[in-house]
Design a protein around this ligand. Structure first.
Ligand code: ZN
Length: 133
């Protein structure tokens, strides 16, 4: 695993949170994107070298809707940049981590993504992401 690629924050209302984070960082999101298969609408901010992803649920069965119900708004996941996502998945499985989707899926912002179950990572949802070239 390489650097932290971004931190994902679950929000109730993306438009309101976009304004809030725009005030915080001093610049607007550089991208908004809906990932229909995941039931989320996302926006991305760059702040210096750091990237923040905001996520809003687009339907009640979305993982984000369930997260908000259980925990409320806040940090939802930490994403790490990986060079070869399949190699990382094999390595982490061999180490005993629970992989939520073994076949990488298309995430937001031009990435292939795999999630690790938080019950195998001290309660933190970890996203592995590989840039699609
Ligand atoms: Zn993410």
């Amino acid at each position: 695993m390489r650097k932290i690629e971004h931190i994902g924050i679950a929000v109730k209302n993306l438009q309101e949170s976009n304004l809030l984070f725009e005030k915080l960082f001093g610049n607007p999101p550089y991208k908004e994107e809906e990932v229909e298969s995941e039931g989320v609408k996302t926006s991305f901010f760059m702040n210096g070298p750091n990237k923040i992803e905001l996520l809003e649920a687009t339907n009640p069965n979305s993982p984000i809707a369930k997260f908000l119900e259980k925990k409320g708004e806040g940090i939802h996941h930490i994403a790490f940049d990986v060079k070869d996502i399949n190699v990382e998945v094999d390595r982490l499985k061999a180490e005993g981590f629970i992989v939520l989707n073994e076949t990488p899926k298309r995430g937001a912002d031009n990435k292939l993504v795999v999630f690790l179950h938080p019950k195998s990572t001290n309660g933190v949802l970890i996203e592995l992401c590989q840039e699609i070239s």
